[in-house]
Design a protein around this ligand. Structure first.
Ligand SMILES: [Zn+2]
Length: 158
């Protein structure tokens, strides 16, 4: 179980806590993916992305991420357009954090950027987006260390 400072990326929702709170998705696109209808005709470039969300309903983070991992789901949230096209998808739980704080702090890491204004943050008054692009120049070889740097930084900075 991933709680507190024990950050762990998992590729199955059953390994996540059923607490309410925030979570991160690491999304890998090997080819461009169509964006939701709000951005008609546009595509998200191939690359690696970090999405921060929150789960407050029954089953908490585990139930919400089970939906994210499910193939062939009906697309509803912005991030669904990416998870159905993803060639890699992992999740990490942040039960005691807010997705907006995580987003803001991850954005302080050099090279992390907002690819599409408004993506995943329709209900949010403070964030330009809840989806961030990881720096492409580092490539797949280093993605794990970048990912942990970004998320640990987001999690541990007061
Ligand atoms: Zn926000």
């Amino acid at each position: 179980m991933s709680t507190g400072r024990d950050l762990r990326w998992v590729d199955a929702a059953g390994e996540l806590p059923s607490l309410s709170g925030a979570y991160a998705l690491h999304i890998v696109l090997d080819k461009p993916a169509r964006l939701p209808p709000r951005w008609p005709g546009l595509r998200m470039d191939a690359g690696e992305y970090l999405y921060f969300g929150s789960a407050k309903g029954p089953g908490g983070i585990r139930a919400r991420c089970a939906r994210h991992f499910r193939a062939g789901k009906k697309r509803h949230w912005h991030v669904d357009w990416l998870t159905v096209a993803a060639t890699g998808l992992r999740a990490a739980a942040f039960p005691d954090a807010s997705e907006c704080d995580l987003t803001a702090r991850a954005l302080e890491v050099p090279g992390v950027s907002i690819p599409v204004d408004g993506f995943g943050s329709s209900d949010c008054r403070c964030c330009k987006a809840h989806l961030l692009a990881l720096p492409p120049q580092f490539g797949a070889l280093f993605s794990d260390s970048i990912l942990n740097r970004v998320t640990l930084f987001a999690h541990n900075t007061p």
